[in-house]
Design a protein around this ligand. Structure first.
Ligand code: FEO
Length: 394
């Protein structure tokens, strides 16, 4: 896409990656993504805010050429991850007078990851300003959105904030702004779950830092921009601050039908008690959907058969992810079956160390479930209901 003007002399110059389907060889991208970069032409100096994934450097260069960009004075590196910094080496060659502007930690990462020469990087402190003439860049250090070095760049005169990964969405679109809010809400929530949720408590501090800014436009570096900032700010306040909801997330897998039978029965028991259930068969689930469900859930119940004395490997993968994502979960339990023994429960419990959850009595049965197994599942459903009621979760 061609450059697009957001405000007088501020342009989107990024790249839309319609075809990418995996990020970090881990995160599914069902809707592609974009790498947003921005050119800010002040009356005296010109700044480029972030670059693009190295595979799309030519798109960025074409956009800069279309705007007749002869000189860039500063390249603001809000984040050192390569999807935003990967074009830096080539842009620095094309614009030999440009200086990279970064936090101290970002400087170190850019030197390590991209071999950027130290004398091409200038450090800025938290709250420091850089004048472009009639526009002033204000830098706000915001660690852990998504790495420890991240920062936000605010232009007070134009009431725009460039937030890099924060508030982003992996969503390829020809819309500059988030016009279809229902669709973008889904994409932004998926993105939050996969990228931001592990840093929820730090994000609370970063939201505080920008709370009093007068902002007309939030310009992240993935997905569409927000010309109605309250839409995404309100969503983040819910995801970050609100207590979990009356929801059980149930990732499971079954090999010969015993665990499947337990899951079906248990889901019915939970629903009868007024609890919302989000069930994921790990043989075929989209791991991003599971991450999204964990944003709001109060309880996770993991369903697994016993394989070689432990949980099924797909369950290990899902539990590892849930533990790494650090959702707001308050309770956890395990259901499943075995043929002749094993240490499945102990092994799953040992993988939940990041989660501040109370472990509810697991239901593990021998072979195919029978009457006492169903009764145990009823008791577990009762206990979950009582625990949710005690915390007045809705
Ligand atoms: Fe979009 Fe953390 O990079």
């Amino acid at each position: 896409m061609k450059p697009r003007e957001l405000k007088a002399n501020i342009y989107w110059v990024g790249a839309v990656d319609w075809d990418r389907r995996l990020f970090d060889e881990l995160i599914p991208l069902p809707d592609g993504t974009s790498y947003n970069a921005y050119l800010v032409k002040g009356s005296e100096k010109t700044a480029l805010i972030d670059t693009v994934d190295p595979l799309m450097t030519n798109t960025l260069i074409n956009n800069l050429n279309q705007l007749g960009t002869k000189e860039i004075d500063y390249i603001i590196a809000n984040h050192a991850e390569q999807d935003h910094s990967g074009s830096l080496p080539q842009i620095l060659k094309l614009y030999p007078n440009a200086m990279v502007v970064a936090t101290p930690k970002c400087k170190s990462l850019l030197m390590d990851l991209l071999l950027i020469p130290e004398n091409r990087i200038m450090i800025v402190g938290d709250g420091e300003n850089l004048s472009l003439g009639d526009k002033t860049l204000e830098f706000i250090h915001a660690p852990w959105v998504h790495w420890p070095e991240t920062m936000l760049t605010h232009i007070r005169e134009d009431r725009i904030i460039f937030t890099c990964d924060l508030f982003g969405s992996h969503f390829a679109t020809s819309d500059l702004y988030a016009t279809d809010e229902a669709t973008i809400y889904e994409a932004a929530k998926r993105y939050y779950a996969e990228i931001m949720m592990p840093f929820r408590k730090v994000i609370q501090r970063n939201l505080e830092k920008i709370r009093d800014l007068q902002i007309d436009v939030i310009a992240p570096s993935h997905g569409p921009l927000y010309d109605k900032p309250e839409f995404i700010l309100e969503a983040y306040r819910d995801w970050v601050y609100s207590p979990p909801k009356n929801i059980v997330v149930l990732p499971y897998i079954s090999m010969h039908g015993s665990t499947e039978k337990m899951v079906r029965y248990f889901v019915g028991a939970l629903v009868e008690r007024g609890i919302t259930v989000k069930q994921f068969n790990l043989a075929r689930t989209d791991i991003g959907k599971l991450a999204m469900a964990l944003v709001d859930a109060a309880t996770i119940v993991i369903g697994s058969p016993t394989v070689l004395a432990g949980p099924h490997p797909n369950v290990v993968y899902a539990v590892y992810l849930a533990n790494a994502l650090r959702p707001k979960l308050k309770f956890a339990s395990i259901i499943g079956s075995y043929g002749w023994g094993g240490r499945m429960v102990e092994q799953i419990k040992g993988m939940l160390s990041n989660l501040e959850v109370e472990l509810l009595e697991p239901v593990i049965i021998k072979g195919f479930p029978k009457e006492e197994g169903f009764e145990a599942l009823n008791r577990l459903a009762d206990e979950i209901l009582n625990k949710h009621k005690e915390r007045t979760l809705t």
